[in-house]
Unconditional design. Structure first.
Length: 412
């Protein structure tokens, strides 16, 4: 049996046969991935007294309509503001259980508040680094915020907004992307992009969010794990499974480098060092293998998503959500004929108390990885290291950051 302290790799991969998605099990079999196994019990977000009280209020209060939108069970009307998981108890026999799990995942993210991050995206082949870009990104949530960080005068028609700017290299510098997500289940995301070479802003189909960002193997719908619109998919609960999940090692072994920001919220300070295999001189595995991670055994819900839009790049995606904290781990993406194309591994970290009754996580060196199995390559995304680099959460953000006027002005 695999135990904490052991290393999973080429010599013992078979012992993880039922604990990994098959494509990742094969990566350990080939010696491309190699990680130590650790144990971890997550803190209970319900120990936050406000989060815990909200969970009790939410029990039996909400349901989903035929579109997958959250409604008040008593009236059938669209739900008002929600705090904490809208569905504290999941019944596997419930035909809508899968979509409820996904909504719980989103409300875990919303609990983390607004954010501003500087990230490096790396294109990695068997030869090592092929290309890299630097991106500055903001995101704003209009629901699920901890009361301590909740903003007033929020728009009632929006659920979230994101804004991203490519900072480098020169050939893509200045590309901008803006997304508005609406509460209305029939209103698809509004997505705009500005391309400097064209000198104009254009609106694009939300289906494009499944395409690789600037030719990488990471998409806008990947986000922190999944960032599509719940109502744009058909959901099915496939089952339950314990999985060995990649977690950020420094967040277990080092003191959290978190500081309060004067305007409110938190900033992470990301230490430097190698993050993926090609950055280590003596590394023998896959060049894109994360090297700052350990494996932790966690119980998961396995959920299948099928896009309603036939122009979506993938015909089916298998998601895995932690049953205790509703964050994602591995996603397996198939084409419309059922052939595996890509997989995505999200960043998972230790979660610590950052204030009285207030919990959040920090990442010391983990990266998200999108692997293209057919083309034998990958792309990684990691927060930029340094003391003065934005890695901020639970911050106040004006809606002006996400306006079309800003897209036009920044694009000039």
């Amino acid at each position: 049996d695999l135990r904490p302290g052991m290393v999973l790799g080429r010599d013992n991969w078979e012992e993880a046969k039922d604990l990994l998605p098959d494509e990742f099990l094969q990566a350990y079999r080939r010696g491309e991935f190699r990680h130590e196994i650790r144990s971890w019990e997550p803190p209970r977000l319900g120990d936050d007294p406000i989060f815990g009280a909200a969970l009790k209020e939410n029990e039996g209060r909400y349901d989903l309509d035929a579109e997958g939108s959250i409604i008040e069970r008593s009236s059938g009307k669209p739900a008002g503001p929600i705090m904490a998981w809208p569905f504290p108890k999941i019944d596997p026999a419930d035909p809508r259980a899968a979509a409820k799990i996904v909504w719980n995942y989103f409300y875990t993210l919303y609990y983390g508040g607004n954010g501003h991050y500087r990230a490096d995206l790396l294109w990695v082949s068997r030869h090592g680094l092929d290309r890299s870009i630097s991106v500055d990104a903001f995101f704003k949530h209009y629901d699920g915020q901890h009361p301590k960080f909740r903003e007033t005068n929020n728009r009632k028609d929006l659920l979230s907004q994101t804004f991203a700017e490519v900072l480098s290299p020169a050939d893509v510098q200045g590309i901008l992307s803006l997304t508005w997500r609406y509460r209305d289940p029939h209103a698809r995301d509004s997505v705009w992009t500005y391309v400097p070479s064209l000198r104009r802003t254009r609106q694009v189909s939300p289906s494009n969010r499944s395409d690789g960002f600037l030719g990488s193997d990471l998409s806008q719908d990947d986000g922190p794990y999944f960032d599509g619109k719940v109502q744009d998919f058909e959901w099915k609960l496939v089952g339950e499974q314990d999985l060995l999940v990649l977690f950020d090692r420094p967040s277990f072994e080092q003191q959290a480098l978190l500081s309060r920001l004067p305007q409110g919220g938190w900033r992470m300070v990301i230490p430097g060092g190698a993050r993926v295999g090609f950055q280590m001189a003596d590394w023998k595995g896959a060049p894109w293998c994360p090297v700052q991670e350990v494996l932790v055994r966690r119980p998961h819900w396995i959920v299948e998503a099928v896009p309603k839009d036939r122009y979506y790049l993938y015909g089916k995606i298998l998601f895995r959500f932690d049953k205790d904290i509703y964050l994602g781990s591995y996603a397996s993406k198939y084409d419309w004929k059922g052939v595996l194309l890509n997989s995505y591994v999200a960043v998972r970290t230790n979660i610590i108390p950052v204030g009285p009754g207030e919990f959040w996580g920090w990442a010391g060196g983990a990266v998200a990885v999108g692997i293209n199995w057919k083309l034998d390559r990958a792309s990684t995304a990691g927060i930029v290291a340094g003391t003065d680099v934005p890695a901020d959460s639970r911050i106040p953000l004006s809606g002006d950051v996400f306006s079309l006027q800003r897209l036009h002005s920044d694009g000039k």
